[in-house]
Design a protein around this ligand. Structure first.
Ligand SMILES: [Zn+2]
Length: 160
């Protein structure tokens, strides 16, 4: 089990986000560059560190953000026990669509692998999106309607 913070909140949820950047922003940057810029935005807001635990770049690279053992800052009032994952979008946002509209196949492959890895480390019972908790489009699709992501959770939890 992964625990967050001094109060040791057990991690049981992965929440997805996008960075809502202009078309082409993600393709022009390595995932580490994207992570560092997002961290700068969050520190400029007065946060102590990047709010997300992972960034997945448009070429499928994975960069660590805030340590998993620390409570993140992804959803106001819903951060304890949640791992926040941010995928910078490939095209500018125009409403809530589906995964493939905003993200690459490489991002999906890395996200699936990351979810599987986290499930081995802690008991993930929910894969959610920011828009379930706030009147926002983020991450640009309804995570509960993404059959591949949700079936992944179902399949693995059946064995546990
Ligand atoms: Zn978000």
């Amino acid at each position: 089990v992964i625990y967050q913070g001094r109060k040791k909140y057990p991690v049981n949820e992965i929440c997805l986000h996008t960075a809502a950047v202009p078309t082409g922003w993600a393709a022009k940057r390595t995932v580490e560059q994207a992570r560092d810029e997002i961290r700068d935005w969050h520190i400029d807001r007065g946060w102590r560190d990047i709010g997300y635990h992972y960034i997945i770049g448009s070429r499928g690279g994975l960069a660590h953000g805030r340590p998993n053992t620390q409570v993140g800052a992804g959803v106001r009032g819903h951060n304890r026990g949640v791992i926040h994952v941010c995928m910078p979008n490939k095209v500018a946002h125009h409403g809530v669509k589906d995964f493939d509209t905003y993200f690459t196949t490489e991002q999906r492959e890395t996200l699936v692998a990351l979810i599987q890895t986290l499930q081995l480390a802690t008991d993930i019972t929910k894969i959610s999106g920011h828009n379930e908790y706030a009147a926002k489009e983020c991450p640009g699709f309804y995570v509960q309607q993404d059959e591949e992501l949700q079936s992944l959770l179902g399949k693995l939890s059946r064995y546990s």
